[in-house]
Design a protein around this ligand. Structure first.
Ligand code: PLP
Length: 436
């Protein structure tokens, strides 16, 4: 379906003023074709565009909106905070409260520092790990995204255990040489890397559940092996919980997998839709940050009172009532996954619906749930693009890329889920997908 006339008009102006008309690349709809719609407002599980079209939304701002759009408690908290001043550049009580909520919910977090994005959180945690270990090399995994810091925009070089090559122009080769990119789900590759370069590795960085190139759910044994090897070689484990923190539960992926990282990074949910990131870990490590220690990191708007207020209101809702919000999320997400699978089954399509908590991924190809980026079938992307268009035309907005996941919020009620499942069946039929 094509975007409405007002969206198209805005887009024409936007592309003159901003590269591809957007401020973050995937929003430009390049990988599904067509043009983006421009959002006028959003509420609960729905967004309304400038042409008055309403969509059931599974992007949810790419993860933060676990309570849905414009949740009344979050909006009210922001309104109150804003009236008291937008930024002070001095400590405020809200920072202490949100820090307390984070460290209270996550066992291994003794101290945190707030920043304004997930990118900043990861970039700073890596700097801290390098500062603490006196080593330069960072191990990351192919298919994991950790924001756009230079040394993490790196893809695997040729052959295992060789250093990476920049995956973006503007990243010096010299930076990429400090990043080792390994496949997920591969203990042997990790063991080899540590055997060869264990003494140089400052940190292993891994997403709590890799959810930026499909949803590549890892075996718990693999995650535990990362922990063991880091400990054995004096490297730090940095768990990137920017998506999974407070999404899979109060304890994030660390709790789900029973692993205790040295440092963890947060973003998305903890800001409730406002720009917030955080990193944290043991006191002894965190106290190496300036002004206590030699690792420098700062931010004009870090700990911003309005952003803190949105985070506090969001976490309070999530933590109230003994996990009720997480049970709701689980029920709704499982209803959606079951519904989508039934629709696929009825058409003889062997596509895969992967779910971890309230994160879902629709893989438009057979072969089951991949655990490695390299195992994602290429044919899925073209199918997803067709499906995306058909669903949009039926009032359901999925992320505009086959490699992006769906986020379910507490605002996605059963009626909305059922509407989605019905639209999915109709969209498959309209696009002519059938396994028979
Ligand atoms: C989104 C994301 C980031 C980057 O966060 P931004 O707020 O977009 O800078 C880092 N790590 C993971 C796992 C993410 O999903």
């Amino acid at each position: 379906m094509t975007a409405g006339p007002r969206s198209r008009e805005l887009y024409r102006r936007a592309v003159e003023l901003m590269p591809a008309g957007v401020n973050s690349p995937v929003r430009a709809f390049r990988s599904v074709g067509g043009e983006p719609f421009f959002v006028a407002s959003a509420s609960g599980c729905r967004v309304t565009d400038v042409d008055g079209r309403t969509y059931l939304d599974y992007v949810c701002s790419w993860g933060p909106l676990i309570l849905g759009h414009a949740h009344p408690a979050v909006v009210e908290a922001v309104r109150r905070a804003a009236a008291k001043g937008l930024s002070y550049g001095a400590p405020c009580p809200e920072e202490v409260e949100l820090a307390g909520l984070l460290t209270g919910a996550v066992g291994f977090l003794e101290m945190v520092r707030f920043v304004s994005s997930g990118t900043e959180a990861v970039m700073s945690a890596v700097r801290l790990a390098r500062g603490a270990t006196g080593r330069d090399t960072v191990v990351k995994f192919s298919g994991c995204y950790h924001g756009h810091a230079d040394h993490l925009l790196v893809s695997a070089g040729s052959g295992l255990a060789t250093f990476g090559t920049p995956s973006s122009a503007g990243v010096p080769e010299a930076f990429a040489r400090h990043t080792l990119v390994l496949p997920l789900d591969d203990e042997a590759a990790l063991e080899r890397a540590f055997a060869e370069r264990g003494g140089e590795i400052a940190a292993v960085l891994v997403e709590g559940v890799p959810a930026n190139a499909g949803l590549l759910v890892q075996r718990p044994e693999f995650m535990r092996r990362i922990r063991e090897l880091c400990t054995a070689h004096g490297a730090l484990l940095i768990l990137d919980e920017v998506i999974t923190g407070f999404r899979l539960g109060p304890g994030g992926a660390a709790e789900r997998y029973g692993i205790e990282p040295d440092l963890a990074t947060y973003g998305k949910v903890i800001g409730g839709g406002m720009p917030v990131g955080a990193y944290g870990g043991r006191r002894e490590l965190m106290e190496r940050l300036a002004p206590l220690g030699p690792v420098y990191q700062a931010g004009t708007l870090s700990g911003n009172p309005v952003a803190m207020a949105a985070g506090i209101a969001t976490l309070r809702e999530l933590l109230a009532g003994d996990g009720a919000a997480y049970r709701t999320l689980d029920e709704r997400a499982s209803r959606l996954a079951d519904g989508l699978r039934a629709v696929l089954d009825a058409r003889g399509l062997d596509w895969t619906v992967v779910r971890e908590g309230s994160i879902l991924w629709l893989l438009a190809a057979g072969g089951g749930a991949p655990r490695r980026y390299e195992a994602i079938p290429e044919e899925a992307a073209g199918r997803y693009a067709r499906l995306h268009r058909e669903l949009l035309g039926r009032g359901v907005s999925l992320a505009p890329s086959a490699y992006e996941v769906m986020f379910v919020s507490t605002a996605h009620d059963e009626a909305a889920i059922d509407e989605t499942v019905e639209a999915f069946g109709a969209a498959l039929d309209a696009a002519g997908f059938s396994g028979r």
